[in-house]
Design a protein around this ligand. Structure first.
Ligand code: DAH
Length: 338
């Protein structure tokens, strides 16, 4: 009988357990209800009394040996799979899914960078704005239609507050908090109480520019806008059409000459060859005064543009609602690199 124990012991010792399948076969073969070691325990009854002690001890040692071997094999197989020590190091890793920069942010950053290069800093203001910064200081007359309920989201509990309708409000804040020279651009979100359609949204983004110093002229404004048109659109030719804004005098709309060479050019420029990109002008003396700057000493220019429109043109996006729908299929198209 002891021979059988010895035999099994050398078999157990000789078995290599390198996979989970092998460990399971081992368990079934030796340790399960019908396994060889369990069977020997059943034979214990028939062992002569004087041999029982030695047989029992040898059998217990064998059982512990087999159990330990099985347990250790399972543990080391688990660990090796976790840290890849014995795993397949040539297997491809789990790939990261890269996100994309939102087109509105990409355009904003590009424009901000262009102005940073010529000394503009960045300023921001609150999205919930008071009447003073959004309208009054910007020379909007009391009865001006832009203050109308139709355009502005007022804060119900306090009608002096509203969601800012443009980033021009940051101009006023910049002038209130610093003396010239002031050279700043203010990107941000703006709100208008308008019906949502393919071309217009009640939430959109603008970038405002402001330069105040001694002797700033309309020629300086034109020069900086030509630089911007060249850097951003790669186009050297611009035109300025007379326009009206309460906070600038004179005021102008700026068009960039896009060209009319193919069907897309026709579509983008509505057949004119010119692309409308922003409003601008010389800061009205009333605005300087309201913001604490002496219009007898300083002059300045301001400009403002809508980011959505520029992004729609750049990427040929047909519907402004796509920017806020968070459709992954849309956003994934703006992945860059890798
Ligand atoms: N605030 C104007 C708008 O929302 C844009 C604008 C026009 C800003 C002319 C300016 C400017 O600074 O000079 O339509």
């Amino acid at each position: 009988m002891l021979d059988r124990v010895e035999n099994l012991k050398s078999q157990v010792e000789a078995t290599a357990l390198t996979t989970k399948e092998e460990a399971e076969t081992f368990r079934l073969q030796y340790l399960s209800k019908k396994g060889a070691i369990t069977e020997l325990f059943k034979a214990f009854r028939d062992v002569p009394a004087q041999e029982k002690k030695a047989f029992g001890a040898a059998l217990n040692t064998l059982k512990t040996l087999a159990e330990d071997k099985h347990k250790e094999a399972l543990e080391s197989l688990d660990n090796s799979q976790a840290v890849g020590v014995n795993g397949d190091l040539t297997r491809p890793g789990t790939p990261y899914e890269l996100g994309a920069i939102h087109p509105i942010n990409a355009i904003r950053d590009e424009i901000v960078d262009i102005f940073k290069r010529i000394g503009f800093n960045i300023s921001t203001g609150p999205e919930i704005e008071d009447d003073w910064h959004n309208f009054s200081a910007l020379n909007f007359p009391e009865e001006h239609p832009a203050r109308d309920m139709q355009d502005t989201f007022f804060v119900q509990r306090n009608p002096d507050w509203a969601l800012r309708t443009h980033t021009s409000s940051v101009q006023v804040r910049a002038m209130e908090s610093a003396q010239p020279p002031i050279r700043t651009i203010s990107p941000g979100r703006v709100f208008r109480n308008e019906a949502i359609s393919a071309r217009s949204h009640c939430i959109f983004h603008q970038i405002e520019g402001l330069y105040i110093d001694k002797g700033v002229s309309f020629a300086d404004l034109k020069q900086v806008l030509m630089y911007f048109a060249q850097e951003f659109f790669g186009k050297a030719k611009i035109r300025m059409r007379p326009s009206y804004f309460p906070f600038t005098e004179p005021s102008a709309e700026v068009d960039v000459y896009w060209g009319l060479e193919n069907e897309i050019d026709y579509k983008i420029t509505k057949g004119t060859g010119w692309l409308e990109v922003m409003g601008c002008g010389m800061v009205d003396p009333n605005v300087l005064k309201a913001s604490g700057i002496d219009p007898e000493v300083y002059t300045g220019y301001a400009f403002g543009m809508g980011i959505e429109r520029i992004a729609m043109n750049r990427y040929q996006i047909p519907d402004i609602r796509l920017f806020t729908e968070n459709d992954k299929r849309f956003l994934e198209q703006f992945k860059t690199g890798l």
